[in-house]
Design a protein. Structure first.
Length: 174
């Protein structure tokens, strides 16, 4: 594990001000930020500020991408709860992997991995239950379609009518 970032040792208010300056400056001007921190009484090199800024920029880009993906998903499938749940789970996993990737540069006391894993567990269980439910619905629809097909044929319906009933029943499960 690398050396702890000096930025993480800054007071919260100073770090928030630095974050704002990084964002407003388009993640550039590290020499000026180094001078500003020095004026505030902190000795933090421009390389440390750059590393911190790069990670922050990457996290903001990840957040923007996740937000855009969520908006696109809602627009594309507003009533598809299963797709929404899968996308949410995928975004959470991406965030967790990003968090683990950046662990060397994050204050370890600000992140509780066990709590994150515990929070994800019900989502995983819900996803598994949803998939199992969808399989059961499809299986029941298949049995219902086969039964309707048999009844239709023995009742004298044409093959086309029986096929239409079968398609209608199977379409419900999709």
């Amino acid at each position: 594990m690398g050396e702890r970032s000096k930025i993480l040792d800054l007071p919260e208010s100073t770090r928030q001000a630095l974050d704002q300056r990084l964002i407003q400056g388009g993640f550039s001007g590290y020499v000026e930020l180094e001078a500003w921190l020095r004026d505030q009484g902190y000795e933090v090199g421009k390389s440390s500020i750059h590393r911190y800024g790069s990670q922050m920029e990457r996290r903001l880009a990840d957040l923007r991408r996740s937000t855009e993906e969520a908006r696109a998903l809602v627009a594309a499938a507003p009533d598809d709860t299963d797709a929404m749940a899968r996308a949410t789970m995928q975004m959470l996993q991406q965030r967790l992997f990003g968090l683990l990737r950046d662990m060397d540069d994050i204050d370890p006391e600000s992140v509780d991995i066990a709590k994150i894993a515990k929070a994800m567990a019900p989502l995983v269980r819900a996803s598994i239950a949803q998939q199992q439910f969808m399989r059961e619905v499809a299986e029941r629809a298949q049995h219902a379609a086969e039964a309707a097909d048999r009844i239709a044929r023995t009742g004298g319906l044409s093959a086309d009518s029986a096929a239409e009933i079968r398609r209608a029943i199977l379409g419900i499960a999709q």
